[in-house]
Write a protein that binds this ligand. Structure first.
Ligand code: DOR
Ligand code: ZN
Length: 349
């Protein structure tokens, strides 16, 4: 039996408020605990998006009554909320800025809006940017011009990891994360609604570059983005994969294959996210893992409401047996024992 600290996932789409047929604060935190994740940072592209005090309170009220693991909520950078976001910063996980297209309506094309946010965001939590390829290069320029630390979400391309490496070598205040799916899957030969995700799945050369530059990657993050199987198989498949329950087994499998060390796993899924986002320690919190258990991922066993996973049928090595959060056993043999509302807002002050 292997004992790990509770994982922190800095990139989770909860879907509440507004799209609880996909997921809500209850099901997403069940999914987290089943995956050995004891703290999640929630993205702001909900309906409505989290842009101001009223919407922040709306999300936090649902979380307060339903969450079974600890959490904090991101604010979204919008066209007119730079001052309001700065004022709310202490209550938020951080500020999320969408510079590229994805699910929801949060993309900011106008760079004068980026300017306002880079000028006003007070920290200490970083600005998190969804910025791919050339927009990533632009975000790095903004970070330097305004001496503002940025965290780059879900990198996927060789050119991105090489640019971040160069930026770090020159002292730019940049950190980044990678999602398991960008480390393990490549773009399908034919369009497949299930495999639609932003950033898109990339080439084998991109995947290889990520593995070769693992030392440059600060965090693992699921980008848990649940959409129902029916939506994924429909006319206009929305981009995104669930990931909370599969991240740890997939990473433990990489450890068993000597592609990753256990120290790397802990550093990138606990120590670094805690440091980057200024998150508190969770006392008496751990995950017990049978590191030799070989098992098959089945969508039907998952707790997420979305009902599918791109890793269905994958054989993995390493299984969560038990999760203890703040002294209480919250998950055992796949059964969730924490009650809704047990989770705490780590930015409650
Ligand atoms: O594939 C994605 N889905 N990428 C994102 O950045 C957002 C997400 C979502 O909210 O569905
Ligand atoms: Zn995302």
């Amino acid at each position: 039996m292997l004992k790990l600290p509770g994982l922190i996932d800095p990139h989770v789409h909860v879907r509440e408020p507004g799209q609880t047929h996909k997921e809500d604060w209850d099901t997403v935190t069940q999914s987290a605990l089943a995956g050995g994740v004891t703290m999640i940072l929630a993205m702001p592209n909900t309906k409505p998006p989290i842009f101001d005090e009223a919407t922040l309170n709306l999300a936090l009220a649902s979380a307060h009554s339903k969450a079974r693991c600890d959490y904090a909520q991101f604010l979204g950078a919008g066209p007119e909320n730079a001052a309001e976001a700065a004022r709310l910063a202490p209550r938020a996980a951080g500020l999320k800025m969408y510079l590229d297209s994805t699910f929801g309506e949060l993309r900011l094309d106008d760079m004068t809006i980026w300017l306002e946010h880079f000028r006003q965001w007070p920290g200490p939590a970083p600005m998190v940017v969804h910025a791919e390829s050339r927009s990533m290069a632009a975000a790095l320029a903004f970070s330097q011009l305004f001496n503002q630390p940025i965290h780059i979400a879900h990198i996927s391309l060789k050119e991105e990891i090489l640019l971040i490496r160069a930026a770090k070598e020159r002292g730019v205040r940049v950190t980044c994360e990678v999602a398991p799916h960008h480390l393990l899957l490549t773009a399908p030969a034919r369009a497949d609604g299930r495999l639609e995700v932003r950033p898109r799945l990339a080439s084998q050369a991109d995947v290889d570059a990520l593995w070769q530059n693992l030392a440059v990657i600060d965090c693992f993050a699921t980008d848990h983005a649940p959409h129902t199987a029916a939506e994924k198989d429909g006319e206009n498949p929305p981009p995104g994969f669930p990931g909370l329950e599969t991240m740890l087994p997939l990473l433990l499998t990489a450890v068993s294959e000597s592609r990753l060390t256990l120290d790397d796993l802990i550093e990138k899924s606990v120590t670094n996210p805690r440091k980057i986002f200024g998150l508190p320690e969770q006392p008496e919190t751990w995950v017990e893992v049978d590191e030799t258990a070989r098992w098959e991922i089945h969508a039907a066993d998952l707790h997420s409401r979305c009902g599918w996973t791109p890793f269905d049928g994958w054989k993995v090595t390493g299984q969560v047996q038990k999760v203890v959060l703040r002294g209480k056993t919250v998950c055992e043999n796949g059964k969730i024992l924490a009650q809704p509302g047990y989770g705490r807002n780590v930015r409650a002050g």
